[in-house]
Design a protein around this ligand. Structure first.
Ligand code: ADP
Length: 483
């Protein structure tokens, strides 16, 4: 087992009723370092019973949720705590997820940003009195905590994805039950040790993990849970929607992406190449906003491909804890096998391998790869590859390129590169994606709402909208005063 230098990880367990629980009698799950396969830790495998206890702890807190000033203080303290222990959290993220340490540090800072931003929206949650008196009555609108929030997070940004949800839930006054991915639970457990030390009101935050399906069923069906916020695969998102539907829970789902990246002939080549490299290879291509389909105008295809090829060749893959590493390992053998199969499929269907290749499925580091000649029926065009592969198709005209880019059931992120403002406006309006970046590869930031169109999900995270996901509006008409 690797020794983890993380004082915050002294208790590895579930957390509810304001305390880490003694779950040593439960079966244990192994957590591995994806860069080496070494065992990092064992964690208790919780199930339905523990999920119910966690929900009940949250439900008890719902009877006296923090008021607005208290929420403000809690959000500030969490932001400060994340920044104070940025290095410790970053190391845990890199150990369990594999991403380069610099990216993990950025993730912790990104996480802190959601708490900073959520605090700014607390004023909007003050009760509002209608300035007019329809029906001769005084009308007030309250923003009530929606109920217990179940927050289910993935392995690719273990702290960033939780931060989006937790900041909104706390700002809205909702106690939450957090369920991190069993592949990367350690940074979340360490974060809970810090939340405990901050002295949060017992029951405001609770933590379970283990048998995801059993825990998920409880979270979807328990009457106290009113908001279900999930980031992960489309298949699991669909399952959770079905399970939650009979109970009419509010759903906030951030699912798969299949992002297109469009480069028109008038684009600034250096800008587009830089943006593609930063966007595509972050977290080894395992992000839902990273470019999955690259469409390039024929007039600039040759210089674009050769510039990208030079940059891909120069990438250094290695363990995220090592200095100078650009990309880390694949998260696991399943992730590796999917990327391998997408490359094989593309080559079998006539794509050209410019850099990299399919690698050895027994390895952990997939070679950074560049393919050209991609057609829509190839797996790497119709599904998210979720790995370090750039897949390029060449187009002759704007309409055809935009149609191909938009021809997907998904709608999370898209990227457009052009020097022509009118064209940018025209193309953005035709792309049915929740986030469309122009001349930048930037993903979302905590200050703005982010979420998907179509099968990429429901609801928004970040900005004022991300807080409102956790709030129910209660309208109160006041008749003549009594007594
Ligand atoms: P990925 O394939 O990227 O790992 P998943 O959708 O499987 O994405 O995982 C995202 C989150 O959903 C993780 O926390 C995982 O444990 C959880 N999860 C997986 N299956 C279920 C389920 N049946 N019910 C509830 N949560 C689940």
């Amino acid at each position: 087992m690797i020794a983890l230098a993380a004082p915050l990880l002294s208790s590895i367990s579930g957390y509810w009723a304001g305390a880490f629980q003694d779950l040593s009698a439960l079966p244990q799950l192994d957590v591995f370092d994806p860069a080496s396969g070494a065992l990092l830790a064992t964690v208790p495998q919780m199930g339905a019973l523990e999920a119910r206890l966690a929900v009940e702890s949250a439900a008890a807190r719902l009877r006296s949720p923090p008021n607005l000033p208290e929420r403000g203080r809690i959000l500030s303290n969490i932001e400060a705590g994340l920044l104070a222990e940025q290095e410790q959290f970053a190391e845990l993220i890199t150990r369990e997820n594999g991403k380069p340490l610099a990216e993990a540090r950025a993730e912790v800072a990104y996480a802190a940003g959601f708490f900073r931003d959520a605090r700014r929206h607390l004023d909007a949650l003050q009760p509002k009195t209608l300035p007019t008196r329809p029906r001769g009555l005084t009308w007030r609108v309250h923003h009530r905590p929606a109920g217990v929030a179940a927050l289910i997070t993935p392995w690719n940004f273990p702290m960033g994805m939780l931060a989006k949800k937790l900041a909104g839930a706390i700002a809205g006054g909702c106690p939450s039950v957090v369920k991190p991915s069993e592949i990367t639970p350690l940074s979340t457990i360490a974060w809970f040790a810090q939340l405990h030390a901050l002295g949060l009101p017992p029951g405001l935050v609770n933590l379970v993990f283990g048998d995801a399906a059993a825990i998920g069923k409880v979270l979807c069906s328990h009457p106290a849970v009113r908001v279900l916020s999930f980031t992960g695969s489309t298949a699991v998102g669909a399952l959770l929607s079905q399970q939650a539907a009979p109970h009419f829970k509010r759903l906030s789902l951030e699912l798969g992406g299949n992002a297109p990246f469009l480069v028109f002939e008038d684009a600034d080549l250096d800008t587009a190449v830089d943006a593609l490299m930063a966007n595509k290879f972050r977290n080894t291509g395992q992000t839902c906003v990273c470019a999955n389909r690259v469409y390039v105008a024929r007039a600039i295809a040759e210089p674009f491909v050769s510039a990208v090829a030079a940059r891909v060749r120069a990438l250094r893959a290695g363990p995220g804890m090592e200095a100078g590493v650009d990309i880390g390992p694949m998260i696991d053998a399943r992730g590796y096998a999917k990327v391998h199969s997408h490359v094989q499929d593309a080559l079998a269907m006539g794509a050209t391998l410019v850099v990299g290749g399919s690698g050895d499925p027994a390895q952990r580091f997939f070679p950074p790869t560049l393919l050209t000649g991609i057609t829509p029926t190839m797996a790497c065009a119709s599904e998210e590859t979720f790995g370090p592969v750039i897949a390029i198709s060449v187009f002759d005209d704007e309409d055809a390129m935009v149609q191909a880019a938009d021809d997907t059931p998904y709608g999370l992120a898209a990227y457009v590169f052009t020097a022509d403002r009118a064209r940018a406006d025209r193309v953005v309006a035709q792309l049915h994606f929740g986030h469309v970046a122009v001349n930048t590869g930037s993903g979302p930031t905590p200050e703005v709402p982010f979420g998907g169109f179509r099968c990429s999900g429901l609801g928004r995270e970040g900005g004022a909208e991300g807080v409102m996901e956790y709030v129910e509006l209660q309208t109160v008409p006041w008749g003549p005063a009594v007594g």
